[in-house]
Design a protein. Sequence first.
Length: 387
Amino acid sequence: MNKKFFFYLFIVLLSAGCKNNIVRISGTIVNPVNGVYIYLDELKSNELKPVDSIRVSSDGKFNFRREIKQPSFYLLKSSENNFLTMLVEPGEKIMLKAHSDSLNYPISLKGSKGTESMAEYNKTLRATIKKLSGLSNIYKQNVDKPELPKVIESLDSLAQIYLGEINTYTKKYIDDNLTSLVSLVALYQQVAPSVYVLNPTKDMIYFAKVDSSMFSLYPDYEPVISLHEQVKELTAKIKGETVGEPPSSSGTEVPEIVLPTPAGDTIKLSSTRGSVVLLDFWASWCTPCRKENPNLVNVYNTYHKRGFQIFQVSLDKTKDAWMNGIQEDHLEKWIHVSDVKYWNSVVVGLYKIESIPCNYLLDKEGRIIATNLRGQQLQTKLAEIFR
């Protein structure tokens, strides 16, 4: 092959790489207002950053083209109160059709799995808001009637039912989308100004769950960082203590752990002295943890006979979920312990755990060799130790 061929090949590959990051958003506005503009804003942690705008054509058409490097949130809007929240991923070609006054509830939408998922959620949320508004109308109709106290009691009972239903729906939505950034948006939905579907205190488990998953997958994304800081503050407030630092220094001896195994026997972390130990914090509900488990099986099979052990601590909520996770991922060979108390586990405060997966590689005396080694990094370190 000659040099020209390599040059053209490089250009083609470079162009293909750029195209993979290009997002196209096109749409049709039904009965557009003459001269109206559509704006595209990027959603940051504490601000909306305007990135583009376009005047809608006379037939309602508009098109945006933007290059992005990772999944990101954008607002497509015609005004401050008329917008569609979008989860945009590199390479997507999004097409939508909507009425000019209700972008948030498009007539049709395709080409963006995340945005489609949020649009479906919005339909259920909108139905709840409509039912709550109906209760308000009933109250107004009875405001001057003597039976008003009984009406209020009945309306309050119905309101609690409706709020409970959307709360339950939102939690299931989060569980079903725990590896997607749409779970982050679901945490902050409202049925009225300042009336949130999820309460950060009462529903702290879900804030912690989303934080754990998202911070593992998108640790550099501003909205994820913002949630991570919020969860740290909430956790500290609930526990009535300041957030300390987890043990991390090389050579530091880690705190003792004394917890039951699935069989009900109590076992100490210190009982593993004499082996190189991976102290791993995980849970069956943690998707990044489950993805790492095959790598743990691999390194355990490779190095166990040479003095390597795994001491795995679960933050599961139930024993059944914990044991199912062990069986499904074939983790039966090493040591498992848990108090099955989720984020209320004693190890969370003891080790200042903010997200999982989290691990410590310990020497034969229980001192830290390294922290949070996963995948190839863990394999490389163990090969170095046991070479």
